[in-house]
Design a protein around this ligand. Structure first.
Ligand SMILES: [Zn+2]
Ligand SMILES: [Zn+2]
Length: 708
């Protein structure tokens, strides 16, 4: 096959009458291909990223599969090349010079051009720490990790809830930064350099804080994004649009050569402000926030009818659009829930509303809304806490929780139908309608209470009894096995020996989310606990959400450029198999080296921040200002702002990931990884007592695995 490529290329080379020729390569190892096909050296080459799946063949009969894939890729390549050419025209970058992640690369180029136009010196560097020409001592001041705000209000929302995707928050924040700054009384940017740029000399520049020093760069960035926005809006340029969509990723990414943590933090600050204002506006317009982070907002619309909820949502979004401060924010309704039981981001369940091919269809026949046949109901359960239950009780857990959503909802639906048929007979005024709605609500609450004391209590007692019996039988045969299994559980999964107790704790914690019936659930819990001989307020009866979370932001697929934040501790797909892209057509494995490197960077940074933290007073909680004082002015003693246990908890997440990834890798390199950890810890001169503790924990964890 290589020979034919080579001879074909030679032929093209010989004739040379078609004008310029370019070789487009799509293979896993470009250098190998180039050494194999020497004639490629005569052509400019462009590389298409290759998918790892394309290299998986069976031993026999691989030719047909290979040829098929080859033809498909070949056919698709012309489209790819055309896109690349138009990108090259837009960015004014030679076709062959794009890097793998073209978005970051192009954004870097645009930014550096804009900075150069403003006579600024570029701080290009490869390691994500800006090269500002000073000593590397300053390096430690750069802290990239910012806390993404997450608001979660657990509860049972038995009215229609809407899930909205939040787009362009970063772009909006950047463009509206001046307004936000004004609202803050100019506190955001520190000293404003704009007022009289010639007035301060270099000495003055040195002592202004970080926020002020990055203000010029921030201003250039803003102008750049304004231009991109104009391109995207007026000429509909797809690349400008993509740049805007990936703005925040670019700002965050240490891969970017112009990455500046100060700019990142500045933008993050503005984003937080805009985000808070946006949520305040939501509340002002009558929505209840269930969950919100930078990319998603879930609201309780307070409507029991789906079409009314949709109409409300539309008007809400229209109103927000008219606010100048949120001009560029786009909110897109993703899905509606008839009923939602929400604990946190990873633990929720609900009855999803079917959207019949878009909203106009469902609004055109509102009569059908009330009548749901069983097959139409779509119950979603995403309960991460269930993962920690023994397999035998997991299904029961899901079933009970789903019923807890479904039974009251069905009852409310029936009541609605009855009310509608009554209303058909005699028309009534809106105030009476509102009153009946209220009575229905109280009926439903009353109904749930009844169901808990009768149906759910019976059912749960039965399950608990069965579980105990089942486990007694099981434990006789595999008792030794089970004990050893329980011992080497990775951090975070707390299996106690009693599956029935675990089941009771988890189910009751979920059911108690409904504030209206909390008391009844607690009574039921007490009775269930009695059954397993545990007192109601005993420490072992206390529910704690055992799963930890560790999010690695902005993981990018090298093949399809899909970008996502992955939770390495909670994502079941990741725990079960290799880390790979979630786009169904792609499935490209992620670059492990890059990901592990990013993890280590986070570890280093957290550890660095631990050492650089402030001391605060025990008594008055003020940060220590004097250098040598042993006691605060109020005579209180000082403590670290972030305690050892807090630090260790944070680190545990990363460690868990490390162990998990080892486990699925089956490479048994954990000794090596342990060494990396030791290097990280020792190199950064962790205080002896912290180090000792961390290492002890590390060793015990790894040693446990040794015995496995
Ligand atoms: Zn992909
Ligand atoms: Zn004090």
């Amino acid at each position: 096959m290589r020979l034919t490529i080579a001879s074909n290329l030679k032929e093209i080379d010989r004739h040379r009458h078609h004008g310029p020729v370019i070789a487009v390569l799509e293979c896993p190892n470009v250098n190998l291909m180039k050494t194999g096909v020497r004639v490629l050296d005569d052509f400019p080459c462009v590389n298409i990223p290759s998918n790892a799946r394309d290299c998986q063949y069976q031993t026999l009969g691989w030719q047909i599969v290979a040829a098929k894939i080859g033809m498909q890729r070949c056919a698709a390549s012309s489209q790819w090349l055309n896109e690349r050419i138009s990108l090259s025209r837009y960015a004014h970058v030679p076709l062959g010079n794009f890097e793998l992640d073209w978005l970051i690369h192009t954004a870097d180029i645009f930014f550096s051009r804009a900075l150069r136009d403003q006579q600024q010196v570029l701080w290009i560097s490869d390691n994500g720490i800006p090269d500002l020409g000073g000593t590397t001592e300053l390096e430690s001041c750069f802290a990239d990790e910012v806390n993404q705000p997450v608001l979660a209000y657990p509860g049972a929302y038995r009215k229609v809830a809407a899930e909205l995707k939040l787009h362009h928050l970063a772009v909006n924040a950047l463009l509206k930064s001046n307004q936000v700054n004004e609202m803050e009384g100019g506190a955001l940017f520190g000293l404003d350099m704009d007022l009289n740029p010639g007035a301060h000399d270099i000495n003055e520049m040195c002592c202004v804080d970080e926020a002020a020093s990055c203000a010029p760069a921030f201003r250039v960035l803003k102008q750049l994004i304004q231009r991109c926005l104009a391109d995207a809006v007026t000429s509909g340029n797809v690349f400008a649009d993509a740049l805007l969509q990936h703005l925040y990723r670019w700002i965050c990414s240490p891969q970017s050569k112009l990455h500046d943590p100060a700019v990142h933090r500045m933008l993050h600050k503005v984003m937080q402000k805009v985000f808070a204002l946006l949520l305040a506006e939501f509340r002002k317009l009558g929505a209840t926030i269930i969950f919100a982070n930078f990319s998603k907002v879930i609201i309780d619309t307070g409507k029991s009818d789906l079409s009314a909820a949709k109409a409300y949502c539309d008007s809400l979004l229209r109103t927000l659009q008219t606010r100048d401060l949120f001009e560029w924010i786009e909110l897109e309704p993703l899905q509606f829930w008839h009923s939602l039981l929400f604990m946190d981001q990873y633990n929720y369940g609900g009855i999803q509303a079917k959207v019949h091919g878009g909203s106009p269809d469902s609004t055109s026949k509102p009569n059908n809304e009330g009548v749901h046949d069983e097959s139409q109901v779509d119950i979603v359960s995403s309960w991460n806490i269930a993962e920690n239950l023994p397999k035998a009780t997991q299904d029961h857990f899901i079933l009970v929780v789903s019923e807890f959503m479904y039974i009251p909802w069905k009852y409310a639906q029936e009541q609605e139908v009855i009310r509608a048929s009554m209303r058909n007979g005699n028309s009534c005024t809106p105030s009476i309608a509102a009153a009946t709605a209220e009575t229905i609500e109280s009926h439903v609450t009353e109904y749930i209470r009844e169901q808990i004391s009768s149906y759910f209590t019976d059912k749960l007692l039965r399950i608990v009894r069965d579980t105990i019996l089942h486990w007694k039988g099981m434990s006789k045969s595999i008792s030794d096995q089970h004990i050893s299994y329980g011992d080497r559980q990775p951090v975070g999964n707390i299996h106690t020996a009693d599956p029935a107790l675990e089941f009771i704790k988890n189910v009751c914690a979920v059911l108690a989310l409904d504030q209206h019936v909390q008391h009844n659930v607690l009574i039921m819990r007490k009775n269930l606990l009695k059954y397993v001989h545990v007192r109601e307020f005993a420490p072992e009866a206390e529910f704690q959400n055992p799963s930890m979370s560790f999010t690695l932001p902005n993981v990018i697929c090298s093949y399809c450029n899909d970008c996502r934040d992955i939770d390495l501790c909670r994502d079941r797909a990741l725990l079960a198999q290799e880390w790979r892209c979630a786009v169904p057509q792609c499935g490209q494995p992620y670059d492990r080296g890059v990901m592990e490197n990013a993890l280590l960077q986070i570890v280093r940074q957290r550890e660095r921040l631990y050492h650089l933290q402030d001391l605060v007073c025990h008594k008055c909680n003020q940060v220590k200002a004097a250098h040598l004082a042993e006691h605060c002015a109020c005579a209180g003693s000082f403590r670290c702002k972030e305690g050892v246990s807090e630090f260790w908890n944070k680190m545990q997440g990363t460690l868990f990931v490390l162990i998990q990834s080892d486990h699925q890798n089956q490479t048994h390199q954990h000794k090596e990884k342990l060494m990396i950890w030791e290097v990280v810890i020792i190199h950064h001169d962790l205080k002896p007592f912290v180090m000792g503790r961390v290492l002890m924990n590390l060793r015990s964890l790894f040693d446990d695995r040794e015995f496995a």
